[in-house]
Design a protein around this ligand. Structure first.
Ligand code: SF4
Length: 585
């Protein structure tokens, strides 16, 4: 089928699992121009079509996947996919979106679509095989209980296609753990919003997708030249080189300050953090892996005792290491591997474990609450038992699988120790480590990922190439401006780490790529306007699907009330001059 326009497909695929039917809808040119792609298109879909009374487990809760006009092309770092749904993670369920790295989105584009909407609930477990225009609803009973690696391999063998991209859940998603994730190609995960739970609630084990329709470009030569020059710039950039060599461990700052240890009761110390990172890079880093069309390859391949696996990044390693009092890498890596195979978000798992260990030490939770799974700091064996109880949904695992905030509410204990903001887990970086960072968490709690743990080792972004990207004069303007650039990256399926955090691809660069790909001329202004529009839509969706009071459950007060704990955190130097503060050393 011929595309309506260049760059985009101009179409969405809608699949109803309940009646096992699929159909195609046109996406209006106005929406494409105003929202471009990714989370812009997803947000607009929810705004127009989704009723506010939906719960995460409702069959009508849509799973929306979208890519942008650069997806599936030679544009650098353009392999990301935006996924949106009503999320089970915050205690009052809300609209949530996750950015999925890897290789899945470009295949959706090659199948002929910019967006995929999945609704309904299958009567029996199924997996979807989308092969070009064809959608197959396949029995998945034989896949139940299989981990994420076994599931991926089994589907590829069944389809007789090693290149089909599989996005699947593990046992944690089948058993409806609220922080279950989805995995593409063994390593790349969509975390933080409980996508695995929503898959599981729909009896959907996996979505395999492939296609062979190339993306048509308006000015192919101009597009190629732009891609080549941007790739050259990335290759020459010293920070991109460091990202290639160290992976996301680059984000651990030069002095290793400001990252929470033992549920934020201690702060990282410079030498120890550096030693911790170097131990991984020297002893366990085996190789590198990358997303579709990425010239950097920041993903790490880990080797341990003759086993090889990808998917480890700084935040997940910290969450299952120092954050729960473990400083031996072997223990962290095996815990990480268990989460990966079971399809559990490793960061939220670490957050939950840190809460249990903290509560156990303080006597807030006892063996009467937790049974045999009571565990102390650094107790890797007990941590494994807890993970097992969640993925098998047995005993206390039934409650713990809801995440630490809901578990604290169910047990009526440990609320003050629960590390969260508005129901979202807190990342590794301590919110007290800088004013900007705390405000960023407070303003954008759904942007839960290690990219917000940006640290002084990463340079201040260069001066914006275009006035629309300007960070403004004040701290708040700076924070909002940085998040807007991150949203812009998402609209274009571009890696937010490369575009927004390292500033290696500006709005002007994306405008050049879009002008060559589509039939329109773009510059920074309409692009930044599309990002701002998307943020407005998401704000509206949060109000529509969120709790009545948006100010419920702020940062746990203990982070600020206890002088003892406060004094343990080494404060970064701050000033009121704007966003450059977190980079000042
Ligand atoms: S830098 Fe890393 S996360 Fe970003 S596109 Fe490349 S491999 Fe993926």
């Amino acid at each position: 089928m011929e595309d309506r326009m260049t760059g985009w497909r101009g179409k969405r695929r809608v699949v109803d699992l309940g009646i096992q039917r699929a159909w195609t809808e046109e996406i209006s040119e106005e929406d494409l121009k105003n929202y471009i792609g990714g989370r812009g298109l997803n947000g607009k879909f929810f705004l127009d079509r989704v009723d506010s009374s939906l719960s995460p487990a409702s069959p009508d809760n849509p799973l929306a996947f979208a890519v942008g006009p650069l997806s599936g092309t030679f544009a650098p770092c353009s392999g990301w996919t935006s996924v949106s749904t009503i999320s089970p993670v915050p205690y009052s369920s809300r609209y949530g979106h996750a950015a999925l790295p890897g290789h899945w989105g470009p295949q959706l584009k090659y199948s002929g679509f910019d967006q995929l909407i999945i609704r309904g609930k299958a009567e029996r477990p199924v997996y979807l095989a989308i092969e070009g225009e064809q959608v197959h609803f396949e029995e998945a009973k034989h896949l139940l209980g299989k981990d994420t690696v076994e599931t991926t391999v089994a589907i590829q063998e069944e389809r007789k296609d090693r290149n089909i991209e599989v996005l699947c859940i593990g046992p944690a998603g089948e058993r409806l753990a609220a922080f279950a994730n989805v995995t593409n190609r063994f390593s790349w995960t969509g975390d933080h919003i409980g996508l695995g739970y929503v898959f599981g609630s729909k009896n959907l084990k996996a979505i395999a997708v492939c296609g062979n329709t190339p993306v048509s470009l308006h000015h192919p030569d101009r597009f190629l030249q732009t891609c080549l020059s941007l790739r050259q710039r990335i290759h020459r950039d010293p920070h991109a080189s460091r990202l290639r060599e160290e992976g996301s461990f680059l984000l651990l700052n030069r002095n290793g300050r400001g990252f929470g240890i033992k549920n934020y009761t201690e702060a990282s110390q410079p030498d120890a953090a550096e030693k911790w990172r170097n131990a991984y890079l020297t002893n366990y880093q085996y190789g590198k892996e990358g997303c579709f069309s990425c010239p950097i390859h920041c993903g790490r391949i880990t080797e341990i005792e003759g086993n090889y696996f990808g998917g480890l990044h700084f935040e997940s390693a910290w969450s299952l290491g120092p954050r729960i009092g473990i400083d031996q890498w072997e223990k962290t890596l095996w815990l990480h591997r268990v989460c990966q195979l079971q399809g559990l978000d490793p960061c939220s798992t670490g957050s939950l474990l840190s809460w249990i260990m903290d509560c156990s030490e303080k006597g807030v939770l006892s063996s009467q609450d937790l049974g045999p799974t009571l565990c102390q700091w650094g107790d890797e064996k007990a941590a494994r038992q807890i993970i097992e109880s969640i993925t098998e949904r047995k005993g206390i695992g039934e409650i713990l699988g809801q995440g630490c905030l809901r578990a604290a509410k169910s047990l009526g204990k440990g609320l003050e120790e629960a590390p969260h903001f508005q129901g979202m887990d807190l990342p590794a970086r301590d919110p007290r480590s800088s004013i900007e960072y705390a405000l960023t968490r407070a303003l954008f709690p759904m942007e839960w990922d290690y990219l917000q743990s940006l640290s002084p080792s990463v340079p201040a972004p260069p001066a914006p190439a275009h006035p629309e990207e300007s960070q403004g004069n004040g701290m708040m303007e700076g924070i909002v401006s940085l998040e807007r650039r991150r949203v812009l990256a998402d609209l274009n399926s571009i890696c937010p780490l490369v575009a927004a955090r390292l500033s290696l691809l500006s709005a002007s660069d994306m405008g050049d790529l879009l002008s060559a790909a589509t039939e329109m001329e773009w510059d920074g202004q309409p692009l930044m306007a599309a990002a701002a529009r998307t943020m407005e839509v998401e704000k509206g969706l949060w109000q529509r699907f969120g709790p009545e009071k948006m100010d419920l459950d702020p940062f746990p007060l203990r982070l600020f009330n206890s002088p003892e704990e406060k004094n343990r955190v080494i404060q970064e130097k701050t000033n009121d001059d704007g966003l450059n503060t977190p980079w000042i050393d």
